[in-house]
Ligand binder design. Structure first.
Ligand SMILES: Cc1cc2nc3c(=O)[nH]c(=O)nc-3n(C[C@H](O)[C@H](O)[C@H](O)COP(=O)(O)OP(=O)(O)OC[C@H]3O[C@@H](n4cnc5c(N)ncnc54)[C@H](O)[C@@H]3O)c2cc1C
Length: 424
């Protein structure tokens, strides 16, 4: 049996582990943290569970892109729930609900782009999404939806990213009961049920090529593993672990890629029975409001406020209070209903997931040089492959597609097309 070693237990690493273990590989996933899941991790404060990098997804109806990846992996059996109302964008104090796709005929021409595997770079794909929407007579402030606003600057966003992310949210969004950790744990269980291992507190510190075309990875605790290696961590970080160094032209190619902004989150525990739960996500001036759980009578127990930030946040408390005040312009009575809050900054993300500079989505996919910003799963080392959000698109859909791309390079497109029903 061939061995596969996966560096990092984010969604990308776990999905590659699951797919490879279904094709006969003996898989070992190595995670530096104490929890698996990377951005899918959650934490509990004062009895309330908070999600960190997972709130809602799109594309889970049969035939939609994420359903096509998740169904063959058994992940549609998880407790997904379609959100009862469309996402909401507040523009100049006025709420706009995201229209259904069928209500915006001009978007119909994006369908082929929205359903490809994220590797088609037609002229349209590299257009700037804001300019394209304006030229089509549409209001980008509303149609960009809530998730794409969590990155700055919007001037970088391509139609490629728009078609793969915001477009699908117009068909509705989904929550997962129990949050992102449920998704991560289901894939961990799947890998283990096929004889694989998922090990935490295993920080990979070095990667070496072996004469037989495989690689050896060395962990900080002195243990080592060998086989075909898939790295779910940032390509620049992966390259920095390789000894002897990879060829200069490859390192130079990686060095020109910029990373996107980080995210500041305020996790709020609400006083009981004060604020009505809102099922959908809301965006105000680029800040995302997402309610967590509700009690049996429909009152909210918690609320997350997320906004991007480019620099360090010196006074976290004051910044969080300013976000709460902004959120209160839509959720009346919010300020008085806050029982406690906690915050995370890009530094927190760097500490927990080792993402460079705390960047939330990793490599920025600049529309003006899109084909350069999309990184191949192959590296100059024959036994070392890349996966995860830095390759193509971020988010649960983007990372799932990257995992499919990586495995199709390793296993061949025929096996992958057969497994997922692509290109048929
Ligand atoms: C605040 C925030 C909110 C988000 N909300 C949503 C959302 O609602 N919906 C959505 O679709 N997407 C959302 N996303 C995006 C989504 O969570 C990510 O795109 C995706 O989970 C990234 O997965 P990944 O596998 O690429 O990387 P990661 O999740 O970053 O995983 C990488 C893993 O590698 C580990 N690692 C790093 N270095 C080493 C090493 N040397 N050795 C071993 N292990 C190592 C890390 O600890 C980490 O566990 C959000 C992201 C953020 C930051």
């Amino acid at each position: 049996m061939s061995s596969a070693v996966v560096i990092g237990s984010g969604l990308g690493g776990l999905l590659c582990g699951s797919i490879l273990s279904r094709h006969g590989y003996n898989v070992t996933v190595l995670e530096r943290g104490v929890q698996t899941g990377g951005c899918l991790q959650s934490f509990v404060r004062d009895g309330i569970r908070f999600d960190t990098g997972f709130h809602s997804v799109a594309g889970l109806d049969p035939g939609e892109p994420l359903h096509r990846v998740f169904a063959p992996l058994g992940l549609m059996e998880l407790p997904w729930r379609k959100v009862s109302s469309p996402d909401e964008v507040v523009v100049d104090g006025v709420s706009h609900f995201l229209p259904k796709l069928s209500e915006v005929p001009a978007l119909a021409r994006l369908k082929p782009l929205a359903y490809d595997l994220g590797t088609e770079f037609t002229e349209d794909a590299s257009a700037n999404a804001v300019e394209w929407l304006k030229a089509a007579g549409l209001d980008p402030r509303v149609l960009l939806g809530v998730t794409l606003r969590l990155q700055s600057p919007l001037a970088y966003v391509s139609l490629h990213e728009y078609a793969h992310i915001a477009y699908h949210f117009m068909n509705g969004s989904w929550r997962l009961d129990g949050g992102g950790q449920v998704l991560a744990q289901a894939i961990v269980n799947d890998i283990r049920s096929r004889g694989g291992s998922v090990l935490t507190r295993k920080e990979v510190v070095e990667i070496n090529a072996l004469a037989d075309g495989s690689c050896r990875v060395l962990c900080a605790d002195g243990s080592s593993f060998q086989g075909l290696v898939v790295s779910d961590i940032h390509p620049q970080e992966t390259a920095s672990l390789v000894r002897p160094q990879l060829r200069p032209s490859y390192l130079k190619r990686l060095s020109i890629l910029k990373n996107g902004s980080g995210i500041f989150t305020t996790y709020i525990k609400l006083k009981q029975k004060q604020i009505r739960f809102v099922d959908h996500a809301i965006s105000i001036n680029g800040m995302l409001l997402h309610f967590g759980q509700a009690d049996a009578e429909g009152y909210a127990l918690s609320l997350d406020l997320l906004t991007y930030t480019d620099g360090p946040v010196n006074d976290r408390e004051a910044f969080a209070q300013s976000l709460i005040r902004l959120a209160a312009t839509r959720i009346s009575g919010l300020e008085a209903a806050v029982e406690a809050f906690w915050t995370s900054t890009p530094n927190t993300w760097q500490r927990y997931t080792a993402t460079p500079n705390g960047s939330a989505y990793g490599i920025l996919k600049e529309h003006s040089r899109l084909s350069i910003c999309v990184v191949s799963p192959r590296t100059p080392l024959p036994g070392l492959y890349l996966t995860g959000q830095n390759l193509g698109l971020h988010g649960i859909l983007g990372v799932s597609y990257s995992a499919v791309r990586t495995c199709s390079v390793i296993l061949g497109t025929e096996k992958i097309n057969q497994m997922f029903g692509f290109a048929q």
